[in-house]
Design a protein around this ligand. Structure first.
Ligand code: ATP
Ligand code: MG
Length: 450
C-alpha cells in the first residue's frame, strides 16, 4: 500500500491535500464487525445523499482487531436533517449538538455532523466563552479529522465504498503503535488540557508509545489543567478505571506532573499505584467497577497511615470523612457515593484491627463487609502483607470457619451493669459517632459496634 503521510502540523486548506484511502480489499474491517444498528444509520444517511462515515474510536479499534465500545457516525447532514430521517431520533447536547438515534431501549447510535475549528475572528464576543459556537461550526470531513485529538482517533470508514479514509496519517501511526497529537501539541493541549490525560490513557490502553514531543509538551502545559472542568476530568478518570489502566496512567500522570491538577486531593505513593494495579486486575477479571470503590482505593494508603488499632470507630469515621471530603467537594460527588466509600474505609479499619471485637457477627452480615474484604485483599496483595488475618475473615464470611477458630475469636466479656440512662444522655462516644454519619445516613452496622 502506498502511504503518503502528509504534514500534520497545520490543518491543510480544504481539499488541498489528498487523503490516504484504503480500499476495501486493503484492510480487515468487514461489515459483520460493525454494529447492525450503526450500519442501518449509515445506509439511511447514504440513501438520502449524505456522506456517512463510521468515525473515531470504533475505526481505530476495528483496525486493531479490538471490540469497539461504541460505533459513532459522522455525516455532512446537519442535526436537523438527521432528525428528519429518523423517527427514533432526538437532538441532545448544548455544547456539542448531536443526534441520538435509539433502537429499542438499550441501543443508542450517536450521529455528529462534521465540524471544523472556527477562526478566532468568527467566534462572537457574546458567546459563552466561545464554547457553544466554537463547538458547532460545521465543516468538511477533512476539517473534522483535524479537529480530533490524536491521529489514530481520526480515521473514517466510508459506508459508500467500505474504504478507510485517513486525512492525518493515522494509519501509519496505528501500524507503528504511536500516539501522535494532530497539530502542535502545545496548542492542542492549551485548547483542551484534558487531552494530556487522554494521551496517557490511549497509550496505556493500546500499549502505544507517546510520540516524543508529547511528554515535553505535557511538561510545559500541565498547569493548564487547573482550568479544565472537574466534571470532565472525573469522567475521564472513570474511563481509566473502566479500561483497567488506572494504575499505570495515574502513576504516569504523577511522573509527568499532571496528578496534582487531575486529583488535587490525592496523596499517593507507591502503595496507591500498586493498589490501583490490583484494582485494574480485579476489573479485568470481570468485576464491575464502582466509583465509590475507586475512591476508597485511592484514599486507602493515606487512610492506613493515620489509623491506629485502638482508635474508636467515631474517630476513624471523622478521619475517613475528612479524607474523602476534599475529593467529593472538588468533583461534586453525591453524598450517597461518598457514604459508600466511607463505609468501605471504616469496614477496612475493622478488618485490619483484628478479630473478636464487639459487634463482629453483625459486621460480618452487613452487605458492605464482603466488598471491604475484597478491598483488604487487594491491599494485602499490593503491599505484600501477611494474609493470615485476611484468610480468617474470608473463611468467616464464607461461613466455613472451623468451630475452634470461631470460639477463639470470641472474647470473654464481663457483663456490664446496666445503668439507667437519663433522657438526653449521650450513649458511649464510639456508638454515637458511628450511628450518625455526617451525611445523615445510618451506618450503624459497619461503622458502629453493637
Ligand atoms: P473509547 O470510546 O473507546 O474510549 P474513543 O476514541 O471513541 O475511545 P471518545 O472519548 O468516545 O473516545 O471520543 C470519540 C472521538 O471523539 C475520539 O476518537 C476523538 O476523535 C474525538 N475526541 C474525543 N475527545 C476529544 C478531545 N478532547 N479533543 C478532540 N477530539 C476528541
Ligand atoms: Mg467512544
Amino acid at each position: 500500500m502506498q502511504m503518503s503521510v502528509t504534514s500534520i502540523n497545520e490543518p491543510p486548506e480544504a481539499g488541498s491535500v489528498a487523503a490516504v484511502i484504503l480500499p476495501r480489499d486493503a484492510h480487515t474491517v468487514s461489515r459483520s464487525m460493525i454494529d447492525p444498528n450503526s450500519l442501518k444509520v449509515l445506509y439511511r444517511l447514504r440513501q438520502h445523499g449524505y456522506l456517512a462515515y463510521l468515525v473515531g474510536g470504533s475505526v481505530r479499534d476495528l483496525l486493531l482487531g479490538r471490540q469497539p465500545k461504541d460505533f459513532d457516525v459522522g455525516t455532512d447532514a446537519t442535526p436537523e436533517q438527521v432528525r428528519k430521517l429518523f423517527r427514533n431520533c432526538r437532538l441532545v447536547g448544548r455544547r456539542f449538538r448531536l443526534a441520538h438515534i435509539m433502537f429499542g431501549r438499550t441501543s443508542l447510535i450517536e450521529v455528529a455532523t462534521f465540524r471544523r475549528k472556527p477562526l478566532a475572528e468568527e467566534i462572537p464576543a457574546a458567546d459563552d466563552g466561545g464554547l457553544l459556537f466554537a463547538e458547532n461550526v460545521f465543516g468538511t470531513p477533512q476539517q473534522d479529522a483535524f479537529r480530533r485529538d490524536f491521529t489514530i482517533n481520526a480515521l473514517f470508514y466510508d459506508v459508500a465504498d467500505f474504504s478507510i479514509v485517513d486525512h492525518v496519517g493515522g494509519l501509519a501511526d496505528l501500524r507503528a503503535g504511536v500516539i501522535r497529537v494532530i497539530g502542535d501539541p502545545d496548542e492542542r493541549f492549551a485548547e483542551d488540557p484534558v487531552r494530556m490525560l487522554r494521551a496517557l490513557e490511549f497509550s496505556a490502553r493500546l500499549g502505544f508509545a507517546l510520540e516524543q514531543s508529547i511528554p515535553e509538551a505535557i511538561g510545559r502545559c500541565a498547569e493548564q489543567l487547573r482550568a479544565a472542568a472537574p466534571a470532565r476530568i472525573r469522567e475521564e478518570i472513570l474511563e481509566l478505571f473502566r479500561h483497567k489502566v488506572a494504575g499505570s496512567v495515574i502513576q504516569k500522570a504523577d511522573r509527568f506532573g499532571l496528578l496534582e491538577y487531575l486529583l488535587p486531593n490525592l496523596k499517593a505513593g507507591r502503595p496507591t499505584f500498586d493498589l490501583l494495579r490490583q484494582l485494574d486486575m480485579r476489573t479485568a477479571a470481570g468485576k464491575r467497577i464502582e466509583e465509590y470503590f475507586a475512591m476508597a482505593v485511592m484514599n486507602l494508603e493515606h487512610f492506613s497511615q493515620h489509623i491506629l488499632v485502638d482508635m474508636s470507630i467515631g474517630d476513624v469515621h471523622v478521619l475517613a470523612n475528612r479524607l474523602l471530603a476534599g475529593h467529593c467537594r472538588h468533583f461534586t460527588i453525591a453524598s450517597g457515593v461518598k457514604h459508600k466509600a466511607l463505609e468501605l474505609l471504616i469496614a477496612f479499619f475493622r478488618l485490619q484491627r483484628g478479630r473478636g471485637k464487639r459487634g463482629e457477627q453483625r459486621f460480618l452480615h452487613h452487605p458492605a463487609t464482603a466488598e471491604a474484604v475484597e478491598l483488604y485483599s487487594l491491599w494485602c496483595s499490593a503491599i505484600n502483607c501477611e494474609r493470615e488475618l485476611l484468610e480468617s475473615w474470608q473463611r468467616s464470611l464464607a461461613g466455613d470457619e472451623p468451630a475452634a477458630e470461631r470460639n477463639s475469636n470470641k472474647k470473654v466479656r464481663r457483663r456490664r451493669k446496666k445503668k439507667p440512662q437519663h433522657a438526653g444522655q449521650e450513649a458511649g462516644s464510639e456508638d454515637k459517632a458511628a450511628v450518625d454519619t455526617e451525611d445523615g445516613h445510618s451506618a450503624e452496622s459497619v461503622t458502629g459496634d453493637v
